[in-house]
Design a protein around this ligand. Structure first.
Ligand code: NI
Length: 172
C-alpha cells in the first residue's frame, strides 16, 4: 500500500530516528509499503521518516538501466562503517523536496553494515550512485536533508519555495 510522503518543511523530517529493536510483521509491511511508494514516485531511495515513521529503516534501488533486473534493498539500522577520502559530486533531489536539485559532495565509496528483513547482519561496500543514495537516506534518519549540505542562502531559497508549494497544494 502506498503511503503519503511528507514534504519539507515538516518537524518529523528533522528528528533523529530510533533504532529498530526487532523485525516484526509491522516492520515488514512498512518496508514493502515504502518500496511501493518509492517505485511509484518514482525515486531511488526512501527513508521511514519521509512517511512519518521515526524508525531507522531505509529502502533503495539504484538500478536505472532499462532491462536490468531491479535490486530492492531494505536496510534496518544502517550504519556507515567506513568512507573513502575520495569524494563524488552528484546533483541530488529528494521525494520530500519535489523538483529541487542541487550538487552535494559526499564520499564516493562507503562500507555499510545493516540488518536485513531476514534478521541477519549484512556488510557491503557501495560506490557510484548507490553510495550517494545510501548516504542521503541515512542522513534522513538523523533528521538531515540534502539541503543541509548547502549554504544557508540556497537552503532558505529552497525552503521558501517548498512553503509556497505546500500552500498551493493545500488550496488545490
Ligand atoms: Ni531524500
Amino acid at each position: 500500500m502506498k503511503r503519503p510522503i511528507l514534504i519539507h518543511p515538516d518537524p518529523r523530517l528533522k528528528k533523529v530516528c530510533a533504532p529498530v529493536p526487532e523485525i516484526t510483521d509491522d516492520l515488514r509491511r512498512l518496508a514493502s509499503d515504502m518500496l511501493e511508494t518509492m517505485y511509484d514516485a518514482p525515486g531511488i531511495g526512501l527513508a521511514a521518516p519521509q512517511v512519518g515513521v521515526l524508525s531507522r529503516l531505509i529502502v533503495l534501488d539504484c538500478v536505472k538501466a532499462e532491462g536490468e533486473a531491479p535490486r530492492p534493498l531494505v536496510m534496518v539500522n544502517p550504519e556507515v562503517v567506513a568512507a573513502s577520502e575520495e569524494t563524488r559530486v552528484y546533483e541530488e533531489g529528494c521525494l520530500s523536496i519535489p523538483e529541487q536539485y542541487a550538487e552535494v559532495t559526499r564520499p564516493s565509496e562507503v562500507e555499510l553494515r545493516w540488518i536485513g528483513l531476514d534478521g541477519e547482519e549484512h556488510h557491503e561496500g557501495f560506490g557510484g550512485l548507490w553510495a550517494t543514495c545510501v548516504q542521503h537516506e541515512i542522513d534522513h534518519l538523523d533528521g538531515k536533508l540534502f539541503i543541509d549540505h548547502l549554504g544557508a542562502m540556497r537552503r532558505q531559497l529552497i525552503t521558501r519555495k517548498m512553503i509556497k508549494f505546500k500552500r498551493e497544494q493545500a488550496r488545490a
